[in-house]
Design a protein. Structure first.
Length: 546
């Protein structure tokens, strides 16, 4: 009997942390659990965490990664109206409502997990709805406190949601920035007080606004669902007295709730469709069968003199050929796209080598680098700075070097232009990409552009130049303009590209211009991906006319 294994990973991003919760299942029964917490502050999943998740996915075919929206701005929409919404992704919520999120907001969450892929994305409102399903909720005000936000729903006497909203709450970092903050202990006390006052005000104001519009619904109970306990029992009792309502304060296990949502695949409440799982072929059972067969035939060979050599060639050699073919296919899959790390490293080493040729006697104003060409403009502090300092170093990088002075009457601080052509090979060993590129789905142009905007420094200008397509690969070619304070920031950007699981590389021409604001850098950026594979349509044979 075969064992069916699956792995469910919840990857939930809190304000400054990412929590991973693992549940391994065998024949639908949980056999192992684990969890870990990482400090994060980036807009993309850090590479070390991505490698950890990808390693888990490689071990078990049926691995599902689930998360909550990083920026949850969802709205509950009556089912009759949800189909009319544009620029929104719609998911199921309950019998009366669908839930909507802007496609750009959903893209932010999906892009955070672009290095690993994501199967299920939910809203905090989905967790509230699970609570409602498990508990008898009537004439109730329910608020979920998560990630410095209050997710609120109000139910009428029939248990139907009649109001929903999301409001911001104070976070500890905002308290630390005030002049009232002195140390962590007093700061925590101050935060607790402000948190309680803000929550008290949110509940009061929401109820007052609701009663102004819904006169036939009256709230009899307030339920506060929390992930991290922030209020004391005394504060809950005080809140109950202020509201003149019963107040209950309940913990909620986000990992268990998301796991329950992910397991109920038939409900289809996720904003995303689970990825198709790649099945690794398992030859174990085949080998066992062949071993038993061979033993039986060997025994029988004594009597029938079966030619075992033919048997070996027909079975074992065939299996070896299959495995070799699969290994070749895997290598081709890795190398089919341009090796972006190798291409980036060649350009980085060339640019670094050029900067190493420039001594303190030369102040660079403009630098233009193209294949086989270098144009350098700057101020030479001495008359012989070019001949004695720059030219000997450039002779190691280019065969032909010429110099033109724009101010021949000066003996110091001379404006000059250097043109170098026919580059010489650096004879260096370059880095190379050895993993498998992400090729699960073809990314449209707008998604590629958004991805690059996240990777590039803030305020970078990214423009599409052209799109080219060959038999297997589509290339989006962009021009990028970015401002840096020193060349190392340009090299840091290249390192960011090298950490991607997509084939993204820079290309010539590259220009650097010194301005009052910093160094203005322009270069070409290429995003490569495999063409979308469309299913082959087979025409049914037409019957001959009778």
């Amino acid at each position: 009997m075969f064992t069916k294994e699956s792995l469910y990973i919840n990857a939930v991003k809190y304000d400054t942390q990412l929590k991973l919760d693992y549940k391994k299942l065998s024949n639908e029964a949980i056999v192992d659990t684990d969890n870990s917490v990482f400090l994060v502050d980036d807009d993309l999943l850090p590479l070390d965490i991505a490698l950890k998740l990808n390693s888990s996915q490689a071990e078990i075919d049926n691995t599902f990664i689930s998360t909550l929206l990083i920026n949850d701005t969802t709205k509950l929409v009556p089912k009759a109206l949800s189909s009319k919404l544009k620029d929104c992704e719609i998911a199921k919520f309950n019998n009366e409502y669908d839930i909507a999120v802007l496609k750009t907001t959903l893209f932010e969450t999906k892009n955070y997990f672009v290095k690993t892929g994501i199967d299920y994305v939910y809203s905090a409102f989905h967790l509230i709805n699970l609570h409602i399903d498990k508990n008898v909720s009537r004439s109730e005000f329910i608020v979920l406190l998560f990630n410095s936000k209050a997710f609120i729903v109000i139910l009428n006497a029939a248990g139907i949601i009649v109001h929903n909203t999301i409001l911001d709450l104070a976070c500890f970092d905002s308290i630390k920035k005030t002049h009232f903050y002195e140390d962590d202990i007093d700061g925590q006390k101050l935060f607790d007080e402000i948190y309680y006052l803000e929550l008290n005000e949110i509940i009061h104001n929401t109820l007052n606004t609701f009663y102004e519009k819904k006169n036939n619904v009256f709230v009899e109970k307030v339920t506060i669902l929390y992930v991290l306990k922030q209020l004391t029992q005394e504060q809950i009792e005080q809140l109950s007295e202020d509201l003149l309502l019963k107040v209950e304060y309940h913990p909620i296990n986000i990992d268990e709730e998301i796991f329950e949502l992910s397991k109920d695949k038939h409900l289809k409440k996720s904003f995303t469709t689970p990825r198709k799982k790649k099945k690794k072929r398992n030859y174990t059972n085949l080998y066992i069968f062949l071993f038993v067969l061979v033993v039986a035939l060997l025994s029988y060979q004594i009597y029938l003199k079966v030619d075992f050599k033919v048997l070996y060639e027909n079975y074992f050699k065939k299996e070896v050929q299959i495995e070799k073919a699969q290994d070749v296919k895997k290598i081709e899959n890795v190398l089919e796209l341009p090796n972006h790390i190798n291409l980036n490293d060649k350009i980085e080493q060339r640019v670094r080598s050029i900067f190493e040729t420039i001594s303190d006697e030369i102040v660079i104003k403009e630098l233009k680098i193209d294949k086989n060409i270098l144009e350098l403009k700057g101020n030479f502090l001495r008359e012989n700075s070019f001949a004695n300092s720059l030219k000997p170093n450039l002779n190691k990088l280019y065969k032909e070097i010429s110099y033109r002075s724009a101010s021949s009457d000066k003996l110091i601080n001379i404006e000059g232009t250097v043109l170098s052509t026919e580059e010489i090979d650096l004879n260096k060993t370059y880095k190379s990409y050895t993993k498998e590129y992400l090729t699960d789905e073809f990314m449209a142009l707008d998604r590629v552009t958004e991805q690059l905007k996240i990777l590039m420094p803030v305020d970078s200008i990214i423009k599409l130049n052209t799109t080219t397509s060959s038999t297997n690969i589509t290339r989006f070619v962009y021009s990028v303009n970015m401002l840096v304070q020193n060349p190392n920031e340009f090299f840091d950007m290249i390192e960011v590209l090298n950490n991607e699981l997509y084939s993204i590389h820079i290309s010539y021409p590259i220009s650097m211009l010194k301005t009052d604001a910093g160094i203005e850098v322009e270069f070409v950026l290429v995003f490569n991906q495999k063409n979308e594979i469309k299913p082959e349509v087979k025409e049914e044979p037409k019957e001959a006319a009778k």
